[in-house]
Design a protein around this ligand. Sequence first.
Ligand code: COA
Ligand code: AMP
Length: 635
Amino acid sequence: MANPYEIAHKQSIADPNGFWGAAAEDCHWYQKWNKVLDDTNEPFFRWFSGGQMNTCYNALDYHIDSGRGDQNAMIYDSPVTDTIKKFTYTQLRDEVARFAGALAARGVVKGDRVLIYMPMIPEAVIAMLASARIGAVHSVVFGGFAAKELAVRINDAKPRVIVTASCGIEVKRIIAYKPLLDKAIDMADFKPDYCIIKQRPMEPASMIDGRDLDWDDATAKAQPHDCVSVAATDPLYILYTSGTTGVPKGVVRDNGGHMVALKWTMGAVYNVQAGDVYWAASDVGWVVGHSYIVYGPLLKGCTTILFEGKPVGTPDAGVFWRVISEHNVKVMFTAPTAFRAIKREDPKAELMKNYDLSNFKALFLAGERLDPDTLKWAEKSLNIPVIDHWWQTETGWAIAGNCLGLHHFTVKEGSPTKAAPGWNLQVVDENTQPVGPGEIGALVAKLPLPPGTLPTLWNNDQGFLAAYLEEFPGYYKTADAGFIDAEGYVFVMSRTDDIINVAGHRLSTGAMEEVLADHPDVAECAVLGVEDKLKGQVPVGFLVLNAGVSRDSADIVGEVIQMVRERIGPVASFKTATVVKRLPKTRSGKILRGTIQKIADNTPYNVPATIDDPVILEEMEEALIGIGYAKAKKE
Ligand code: COA
Ligand code: AMP
C-alpha cells in the first residue's frame, strides 16, 4: 500500500489545484483566490491569483487571534553578547507594528523596497515582518558582503529605506556595518531617502543628518501600523544570489504561494506543529534564514530561535547542544559545514554529554553536499534521524528530502532521498531526453514549479527565462547534475555552472575572476572551487601575469586577495592564489577547469586529447603543490 509520502507526491503532480488548494485552506485570506494555479501566461505560472492576504498577519496576528499570543514566537540567543531575549507572539507583533509605522511615516508604501543589511539581531526579523505588514518588498543583504556588492543590490532594488545596525559581531571581532553602508551608498547611483540604524553599544555609528535615523527614536515616535491586504501574487521579497556572471540575480518571492508552501513544509517536511520549538542555525541574509528562521516557523505558530553565534568558538563546540537543551528545540536545521566544525573540535562529542537533548527529534542539513563522514558522525552522536535535503535560493524550500512528516524512508548515503511533493523531478540529457535510472544528467523539474518557488527575477523576466527555462524547454533547470536511482532516490553530484559552495555560502567563481582580472598586472586568471575539509569547497585563484611584470608574485597574490575581500567580501573566503606561467586550455582556448580541479582535489585525471600543450598540466601540479594542494598522478 502506498505510504502518505507517495500519496501526497502523486496527488501533487496529478492535481496541483486540489493539492495546494487544500494546503491553502490552512491560511488566513482576506479574499480567496480565483485560481489555485494560474497558467494563463505560461511559462510564468502564478499561484492563488485573485487571492488577497498578508504574510505578516499570517505569521503573527493570526496566532494571537487564535489564542497563542502569550506563546514565545522568537527567542534571541546571542552568546556573542551574552543575551537571551524572548518575544511572545503579542510582543513581536507589537514591535513589528511599530516599526511598520516608522517605515510608513518615512513614506514607504505597498510595493516600495526596503533593503535590510543587518547582523543576527531581533531588529532584522522585525524589519522583514514590518515590510511584509505594509506590503513593502524587503531585500536582505548578507552582512559578510562588501560595500560594492551592497551597492549593486541598492542599484537594482532601488530601496526607499535601508535598515542597518551600527555593527555585527564575528565571534570576538566587531564588524562596523555603518561605514560599509555609507561607502555603498556613495558608490551606488540610486540613493535611498532614509537609513534607519539600530545603534549597538559595542560600536555606535556616526549619523548623517537628514538621512540617518536612530531605530529607537523612529520606533518610539511611530504609530503601530495594521496589516495591509496584498495580492497573493505581489512580491514579498527579493533575495539576491550568485549567478553565472558577477551580476547577482534578484530572486523574487511572492506572498501567497510562499505562505501556503512554507506553512505546509513545516508539517510535511520537518514534522513540527504549532507550539514546537524549531531552530535554523543560519543567517537571515540567506534563503534558509528567510524561509526557516523567519517565515516557516512563524507561519506555523512555532517558536523560532534567532542565534547570533557560530557552531564553534562562541564559546565552544557545545553551544548547539546548549541552545537545543535550554530552549527545548525539537527540530534543528543547519549546514553540514557547521557539523564538520563541531566534529573537528570535539570529535567524540564529549560536550554533548553535558546537556539533556531528550526533546531533540531530528536534524536537517542542507546548503551543500552532505558527506558520508559527517552524516555518520551526526547519526551516531545524536541517535536521531539526520536528514539531508536539497534546495536552492530560487526554490525557497526543499526540492528533495526525506519528508519526515509524511514518511521516514531509509537513508541512502549521498542522497537527499526523494523528490518532495510538488516536484516532478527528472534527469535529462542535453537534448532534454530523459535518461535511465542511475544515469547522470541534468536535474530538472517539469513546469509548473510548486508554490513558493521563484515566479521570476526582479525586473528581469528575460533573465529568468534565459537562466532557468530556455535550455530545457518545459523544465526548470536546477543547474545541478545528478541522477535518480531505480527506487526514486535523488543524488546531487555537482553544479553545472561556476557556482561553488563555501561553508554553505553560495558564491560565483566568475565574480571572483572578474575581480582578479581587474588587477593591472594580471593578464589572465581562473578561480576554482577545490575541496576543503571544513568548508566543503574553497576558492583558489590562478594568475597569469602580463609580460614584463617583474614584481614579487607574493605581493601580487596578497593584493588580489585583498581586492576580493574588499569587492565581494570576507564571506568569499578567498585566501589562496598562485602565479602560473600559463593556464591549461583546449585548442579552442577553453580553460580546462575540470582537469585543474581534479589535480587540486588529488583525483586521478586523464590528459585531455584536446589540450594544446600537456606540459602545462605538470606546471599546474607544481603550482598546486607550492600552495599546499595535491599531487595526483595522471592515469
Ligand atoms: N558579517 C561580517 N562578516 C562575516 C559574516 C557576517 N555576517 N559572516 C561571515 N563573515 C566573515 C567571517 O568573519 C570570516 O572572515 P575572516 O576571513 O576574516 O575570518 C569570513 O566571512 C568567512 O566566514 P565563514 O565562511 O562563516 O567562515 P568562518 O571561518 O568564520 O566559520 C564555520 C566557519 C563553518 C564555523 C561557519 O561557516 C559556519 O558556521 N557555517 C554555518 C553554515 C551556514 O550558516 N550556512 C548558511 C546556509 S544554511
Ligand atoms: P543556495 O542557493 O545557496 O541554497 O545553494 C544552492 C546549491 O547548493 C544547490 O544548487 C546545490 O548545488 C547545493 N546544495 C544545496 N543543498 C544541497 C544538498 N543537500 N546536497 C547537495 N548539494 C546541495
